[in-house]
Design a protein around this ligand. Structure first.
Ligand code: PLP
Length: 395
């Protein structure tokens, strides 16, 4: 019996090391990693530039409290604001913490602007925002809320896609609207650019805030630095995390001048947030993601993969129902159980992640090349063939 709290359905696999898009088990077997943790190791495993940044920082300084200046933190904040809509950044250690900061900042903005009654946030069915008490309430999924008492107050959940429904639910107590540009955990469900544009306009009309959860879609995953850029809009507040540290835990909440100036000394904080190790790695990740041509590479590889997946869908229509997503954040809606396909792929030594709505997520590292995309498709084809032949009927 394991002493670990049984909160995860773990596979038997145990990895000893990784390199680029590959992971090697403790027994030396090579797996193609199209999961990247879950969209975390954005630059692949053991990227030399990241290894160097982390080890050099490790020799100098690991931790100082936020009671002092942390130059690398200020630098990363400045680079993130230069590259986005934002004027301020708060650093946290995870996605859920970044979303919590976003929710707090939205409430605080209205509090400071004479409308403290505006504390409720509108969220959408199928959303995922993390596992803290507030973020499970925001996500609103029964399976995450069960057994944990009354959901944290302050969220109104509706179906995504219909702007009239959003307008109908906005009231005197509404602080803002929170949405993922592509619902990752929820099954790679794409939110239309039009809906995001309509949300932006509606929030402006109503004097409420647009909060984006780009924890998974951010840091280049969709082929733009942040997914909202595709829609040509900007949020008031945005949470990001996963890819930002390339595997080192870090989250960030970005916000406009108007929102950020409502947060004052003592209004929010984190012991570990923005520590020198995380900041050294975050800056190193940005060095690469902001390099000329990097995001174009992501978009190109995404297109290639999506085209190949569409061909596989035609070939294996009994298994693959639909190809979804943008850039290197792609999903296969399955006709068979998604777990069966995931296991068939694992038997082909390829890692993917399951998601809601019977979807398999393909989240390769952003540095993936044509050879790995082609190899992934060969493995996918083999997995489908194996599933069809019934060899994995009981998998
Ligand atoms: C993963 C994820 C989170 C939660 O991030 P943690 O680091 O696990 O707290 C929140 N929102 C979205 C969209 C995510 O994909």
């Amino acid at each position: 019996m394991s002493a670990l709290l049984p909160t995860y359905a773990r596979s038997e696999l145990s990895f000893a090391r990784g390199e680029g898009a590959y992971l090697y088990t403790t027994t030396g077997e090579r797996y193609l990693d199209f999961a990247s943790g879950v969209a975390v190791t954005a630059l692949g495993h053991a990227h030399p530039h990241l290894v160097k940044a982390l080890t050099e920082q490790a020799k100098k300084l690991w931790h100082v409290s936020n009671l002092h200046q942390i130059p690398e933190q200020a630098r990363l904040a400045e680079r993130l604001t230069d590259a986005t809509f934002a004027n301020y950044v708060f650093f946290a250690n995870s996605g859920a913490e970044a979303v919590e900061c976003a929710i707090k900042a939205a409430r605080r903005y209205h509090f400071k602007n004479g409308a403290p009654e505006r504390y409720r946030v509108i969220t959408f069915e199928g959303a995922f925002h993390g596992r803290t008490l507030a973020t499970i309430a925001a996500g609103g999924q029964a399976k995450h809320l069960e057994g944990f008492g009354p959901p944290t107050d302050g969220f109104d959940q509706i179906e995504a896609g219909d702007i009239k429904k959003v307008k109908a639910v906005i009231g005197e107590v509404t602080a803002g609207v929170l949405i993922e540009p592509i619902m990752g955990e929820g099954g790679m469900r794409e939110i239309s650019w039009r809906f995001l544009q309509d949300l932006r306009a509606l929030c402006d009309d109503e004097g409420i805030l647009l909060l984006l959860d780009e924890v998974q879609t951010g840091m280049g995953r969709t082929g733009r630095l942040f997914a909202h850029e595709w829609a040509g809009i900007t949020p008031d507040i945005m949470a990001t995390a996963k890819g930002l540290g390339g595997g080192f835990p870090v989250g960030a909440c970005l916000m406009t001048e108007a929102v950020g100036s409502a947060m004052t000394a003592g209004s929010h904080g984190s012991t570990f947030g923005g520590n020198p190790l995380a900041m050294a790695v975050g800056n190193a990740v940005l060095d690469i993601v902001l390099e000329d041509g990097f995001l174009d590479h992501v978009a190109q590889m995404g297109l290639r993969l999506k085209q190949r997946l569409a061909a596989l869908k035609n070939e294996h229509g009994e298994i693959i129902e639909e190809v979804r997503g943008q850039g290197l954040m792609l999903g296969l809606k399955c006709k068979v159980s998604n777990v069966k396909l995931l296991k068939a792929l694992r038997a082909e030594k390829m890692l993917t992640v399951q998601a809601g709505d019977n979807v398999i997520r393909l989240l390769p590292p952003l540095i993936v090349g044509e050879a790995e995309i082609d190899l992934a498709c060969t493995k996918l084809d083999a997995a489908c063939v194996a599933l069809k032949s019934g060899a994995l009927a009981d998998a």
